[in-house]
Design a protein around this ligand. Structure first.
Ligand SMILES: [Zn+2]
Ligand SMILES: [Zn+2]
Length: 393
């Protein structure tokens, strides 16, 4: 396929990061797998994309509030201008390097998804099995070309075979973000516990489904957006606390919302939540999570914002013996196996709810690449918890 081109959604380094937005749909060269000229290709696989999920990180790139330095510095290293974005995919193997075929059994026609962090296998963390915090990882669609394109070349090591007779192709394409939620829900034992989810965005919504399937006895959502609060209820949250984010006048932006904390205390007989999941990244939400957690309970941190954060009444965190856990990425490949088991087990209703409720049966959430139009696409990613780009039509 040398010399052929394909459609891709890209960022061009020549466009000033701070004054532009969106992604450019342009034609770029199809990646070539040729192990005679490039020995790296022995371990690589060429995948034809079927569906690609658009996530919060991609939204950060679209609106230029995240990943700029990582994209630009990696482009400088590669001495090129164009970065193909995207890291959540389902695709079909079209060509496999000989070692990828021998060691992993990849053959044309196989259906795969991918872990988005390409690990180095050599650093201290990798040697200790902590590959999700590899010191030298490369992120697909940020520090290496991504999957908002007709083809992608990836190392066999990170691919994840997916059985689309058991997992719907749309759901297969979003196993990576679902895996973030699985990682959150497996950080501490949720069996029989009361779990409070602060921020019911896409990953927070997945957390509600997974926590229930893993045996949480009660789930309390906390969410300011009406649509997301409704989705949280439909997905099985027992209670959802809606609130209006505090205006900044006078009061700090970081202080907890006493109404939320009190409501959670009341709902838990004055004890507090066993486990709080902070999914939003807002400082006020972090304080809500800490102060809604019972003595001896756990706070799982997933929401992300750069810069400083204030912990309100810091002494209470220690005196109440609350444990904080940071979650990044997925454990390789532990989290992927649990993801597969949860999705393939039809009895828990997770797939059905993702398809019906989060993806709204594909209404405005599955959008063909061939019809990509900048402003329309921007409206889609602003209005829906999950948008999937369809390369099959
Ligand atoms: Zn993502
Ligand atoms: Zn490493």
């Amino acid at each position: 396929m040398a010399g052929e081109t394909m459609w891709a959604l890209t960022y061009d380094k020549k466009d000033d990061w701070s004054t532009t937005r969106g992604m450019k749909k342009i034609r770029v060269p199809v990646p070539v797998l040729d192990e005679k000229t490039n020995t790296d290709d022995l371990d690589q696989v060429l995948v034809k994309i079927k569906y690609a999920g658009f996530c919060g990180s991609d939204r950060g790139i679209w609106f230029r509030n995240a990943f700029g330095p990582a994209i630009i510095s990696s482009l400088q290293k590669e001495e090129k201008d164009i970065r193909i974005i995207g890291h959540e995919l389902l695709g079909e193997v079209v060509q496999s390097g000989s070692r990828a075929a021998k060691q992993y059994g990849y053959k044309p026609g196989m259906i795969v998804s991918t872990e988005s962090h390409i690990i180095c296998n050599r650093c201290f963390q990798c040697h200790h099995g902590q590959t999700n915090v590899c010191a030298d990882d490369i992120i697909i669609g940020i520090s290496r070309d991504g999957c908002f394109a007709e083809y992608i070349k990836l190392p066999a090591q990170v691919l994840w075979p997916t059985d689309i007779s058991r997992i719907h192709p749309w759901v297969g394409a979003i196993q990576e973000p679902f895996g973030n939620a699985v990682h959150c829900c497996t950080k501490v034992d949720l069996k029989g516990k009361t779990v409070a989810v602060f921020g019911c965005g896409t990953i927070g919504l997945f957390v509600i489904l997974i926590a229930k399937a893993l045996g949480a006895s009660r789930i309390i959502g906390v969410e300011p957006l009406e649509l997301h609060a409704r989705l949280a209820r439909e997905l099985g949250a027992d209670e959802v606390i809606e609130f209006t984010p505090a205006k900044t006048e006078g009061a700090s932006t970081w202080s907890s919302n006493s109404a939320i904390v009190e409501t959670i205390k009341t709902l838990t007989r004055g004890i507090g939540a066993d486990v709080s999941m902070e999914m939003s990244g807002y400082n006020s939400s972090l304080n809500n999570a800490i102060h809604s957690t019972r003595r001896g309970g756990d706070v799982v941190l997933f929401g992300l914002k750069s810069g400083e954060a204030v912990i309100e009444n810091f002494d209470r965190l220690i005196v109440n013996g609350i444990s904080m856990h940071s979650v990044i990425g997925r454990l390789l490949m532990n989290t992927w196996y649990i993801t597969r088991n949860l999705l393939e087990d039809k009895a828990n209703g997770i797939q059905e709810k993702i398809l019906k409720i989060i993806l709204d049966e594909g209404r405005h959430t599955i959008t063909p690449m061939k019809d990509f139009q900048h402003d329309h696409f921007e409206t889609l990613i602003k209005t829906h918890p999950k948008v999937i780009i369809d390369f099959t039509q």
